[in-house]
Ligand binder design. Structure first.
Ligand code: NAP
Length: 324
C-alpha cells in the first residue's frame, strides 16, 4: 500500500515535521512564502491523506467533496473558522488545531496591544523617529492609565484567563462576558461575570477574544460601539470578522470611543490605505498574536503530532471533531 501523502500549505521549519515524515510522504508549498493558490490546494486535496493548513487556507465543502482520501486537516492555529467543520465531519475528516501552546504568548501580545494603545507607544515612537522631539511638555503624548482601570474581556477562555492573570499585576478591575460562567477566572483572578451591555457600559478597555462563529460574526457593531465609554479603547485579538469595521471607523471618527488596538481584521492582509490605518489612536498589527519563535515552533510541532496521530489511527492531542 502507498504511504499516506501529506500536503503542507506553507513553509514550516523542517525539524518540526519529523513526526509526519515518520509515517507519510510530504510535500510542502515553499514558494517565497506566498500563499498556496486555491487551484493548487484543490488539486492537492484530491490526493492528500492529510492537509496541514494555515488560517488563510479555506478548507470548505467544495474542497472536502473533492478530497476522497483525506483523513485529517491539521490547522496551524487554535481558531478554525477557515475550516467547514460540519462538512469535514460529514466526510469523516478529523480537524485538529493548536490550543494551549499559544495561550501565554497570545495573552502577552493582547496585553502589549492594550499598553501600546493606552500609552500611545507607536505614536510616540513615530514622533521621535520623525525628528519632532525638540522639547518636553507636560501633556506631550500623554495617554491613559492602565493600572486600576477596568478591563472587560469578551470571550473569557484560555487566552482571556491568561490576560486576566496579567491584569491582576496591574491591579485592574476585571469584568468578563461569555455565554457561560468561568469559575477559574472568577476564583483565581477575581474576574466578575457581567452582561455584555454592562461590560460595554463600564469597561475602560474592551478586549475581544471570542472565536469567529456565526454568533460572534459582526458582534462589535455600531450599536455596541455607541454603548462604550468615550474614553474606552477597543481591542481585538480574536478574529477580525467579529467587528463591523466601517462601524469601528465611524466610532473612532465621531469620538464615540477613544481608540483601538487591532491584531486581526475582517479581510487579511489589509492594504496600507485601509481606513483604520489613518488614525493615530488606532494601533494595527499584522495578526502576530502567537508570533514568538518558540510558540510558532511549538504550534508547528503540535500540528505535526496531531496529523501523525490520526494517520496512525490514534487520538490526536487536539481535535475539534474527534468522536471515536
Ligand atoms: P477558548 O478557550 O475556546 O475561549 C473562547 C471563549 O469565547 C470561551 O470562553 C467562550 O465561552 C467564549 N465565547 C464563544 N462564543 C461566544 C459568544 N457568542 N459570546 C461570548 N463569548 C463567547 O479559546 P482561546 O484559546 O482562548 O482562543 C480564543 C480565540 O482567540 C480563538 O478562537 C482565535 O480565534 C483567537 N486567537 C487569535 C490569535 C491571534 O494571533 N490574534 C491567537 C490565538 C487565538 P462560552 O462558550 O461560555 O461562550
Amino acid at each position: 500500500m502507498d504511504n499516506p501523502y501529506v500536503f503542507i500549505t506553507r513553509k514550516v521549519p523542517e525539524d518540526t515535521i519529523a513526526p509526519i515524515r515518520e509515517v507519510a510522504d510530504v510535500k510542502m508549498w515553499d514558494y517565497e512564502d506566498t500563499p498556496v493558490p486555491r487551484e493548487v490546494l484543490l488539486k492537492e486535496a484530491e490526493t492528500a491523506t492529510a492537509i496541514y493548513s494555515i488560517l488563510s487556507d479555506k478548507i470548505d465543502r467544495e474542497l472536502l467533496e473533492r478530497a476522497k482520501n483525506l483523513k485529517v486537516v491539521g490547522n496551524l492555529a487554535v481558531g478554525y473558522d477557515n475550516v467547514d467543520v460540519e462538512a469535514a465531519t460529514e466526510h469523516g475528516v478529523i480537524v485538529c488545531n493548536t490550543p494551549d501552546v499559544l495561550t501565554d504568548t497570545t495573552a502577552d501580545l493582547a496585553f502589549a496591544l492594550l499598553m501600546a494603545a493606552a500609552r500611545r507607544i507607536p505614536e510616540a515612537q513615530q514622533y521621535i523617529k520623525d525628528g519632532k522631539w525638540d522639547n518636553w511638555s507636560p501633556l506631550l503624548l500623554a495617554g491613559q492609565d492602565v493600572h486600576h482601570k477596568t478591563l472587560g474581556i469578551v470571550g473569557m477562555g484560555r487566552i482571556g484567563e491568561t490576560v486576566a492573570k496579567r491584569a491582576t499585576g496591574f491591579e485592574m478591575n476585571i469584568l468578563y462576558h461569555n455565554r457561560s460562567r468561568n469559575e477559574k477566572a472568577e476564583k483565581e483572578f477575581g474576574a466578575a461575570y457581567v452582561s455584555f451591555d454592562e461590560l460595554l457600559d463600564t469597561a475602560d478597555y474592551v478586549l475581544n477574544l471570542t472565536p469567529l462563529t456565526p454568533e460572534t460574526e459582526g458582534m462589535f457593531n455600531r450599536d455596541v460601539f455607541s454603548k462604550m465609554n468615550k474614553n474606552a479603547i477597543f481591542l481585538n485579538v480574536g478574529r477580525g470578522g467579529a467587528v463591523v469595521e466601517e462601524d469601528l471607523v465611524a466610532a473612532i471618527e465621531n469620538g464615540e470611543i477613544a481608540g483601538a488596538g487591532l491584531d486581526v481584521f475582517e479581510k487579511e492582509p489589509i492594504p496600507e490605505d485601509h481606513p483604520l490605518m489613518k488614525f493615530p489612536n488606532v494601533v494595527c498589527l499584522p495578526h502576530i498574536g502567537s508570533a514568538s519563535v518558540e510558540t510558532r515552533k511549538a504550534m508547528c510541532s503540535l500540528t505535526s503530532r496531531n496529523i501523525r496521530a490520526v494517520l496512525r489511527g490514534e487520538k490526536p492531542e487536539a481535535a475539534v471533531n474527534w468522536n471515536k
